[in-house]
Design a protein around this ligand. Sequence first.
Ligand code: NAD
Ligand code: GLY
Length: 369
Amino acid sequence: MDDIISLQVGLDARSYDIKIGNNLIANAGDLLGDIIAGRQAVIVCDSNVASLYLDALASSLARVTRRCDRIIVPAGETSKNMKVLADLLNDILDFGVDRGLVIVALGGGVIGDLVGFAAASLMRGVDFVQIPTSLLAQVDSSVGGKTGVNAPRGKNLIGAFYQPRAVLADTATLATLPPRELRAGYAEVAKYGLLGDSSFFAWLEDNGKAVLDLEPQALNHAIMTSCAAKARIVEADEREAKQRALLNLGHTFAHAFEVEANYDGRLLHGEAVAAGIGVAFALSVRMGLCKQGDLDRVKAHLKGQKLPGDNRELIAGNAAAERLIAHMQNDKKVLDGKMRFILVKGIGEAFVASDVPLEFVHETLEGLD
Ligand code: NAD
Ligand code: GLY
């Protein structure tokens, strides 16, 4: 095992460590020993990740647990629903578990969100551990305790804040992640620089290609900086009363683009976020809040990483601005009937705005390249 980077999310009695490193899955029994030794565990994994990493994880955990079972759910966003959740809870109960159970989520953000919510609900809450295997999950979804499933009326509408007991991000798993999924996860990495850390964004401008090429030093630095940024925000505002909303930079627009694309694989979540970030910068420029030069830098960087900057054809076909705005009004980020946008005064300077005149949003969407 190479060196392991360790960070803490400080939430008093619910604090936990994020460990980042190469080849952690094979050593998960030792690395998680203080949490799982002598306990019953169930690993939940998706069908793609199962064939790659489930055996290695199960044999490592079996060395320290009292008993270790496995459940595989179909890969993809469509597994994040109430039916799969109910089946999962029943399958776990069928193993004859008690409240000493630890559930281990092995996979991308879909598995992390689904399994985290299962852990929050089972017997009113059992321990769970995140072992994220996609870049998006390693830098974002495995940290911070947002868990849940989608409802017919929209994404992530049913869920709970429920923190894991530990996060193990094994960077070796990214070697098998499809390149398009890797780039989509990179959008969330860029997001941390753009919302609050201009020097990290400048570093990404120089090193973003090395991150996508999975060069170990660059990759570790990008994951560690992203997790540290998220940890500080979650510590300050776990339930998104204030600054946690900044993590939604680009997401209000992304949500509309994803609804428009019907979640049919044309647009991955991270691709929609990249496009949404470009539009959030464009709106900020239109409102006179941000320099055109900063928007140009953002678009150039995302394009260089083969992510959509704000290209209308790519992000939403020929969706009319009104239709996109209607989708945004259905988003769960709407508060007391008001749409909230994360706008920017420049790179690294995001803020929450709930008083954005709709004509600016309309003009920005109409004006996309
Ligand atoms: P995902 O879990 O669907 O994973 C993407 C694809 O990559 C899947 O096909 C998966 O099987 C595959 N995969 C994962 N790891 C792999 C590996 N190492 N090798 C090969 N294939 C691998 O999607 P995602 O992009 O990881 O996560 C998106 C989900 O995360 C969405 O549901 C989104 O709402 C959620 N999310 C949650 C939060 C949060 O804070 N909870 C934040 C951002 C996104
Ligand atoms: N991904 C947004 C959040 O965790 O708040």
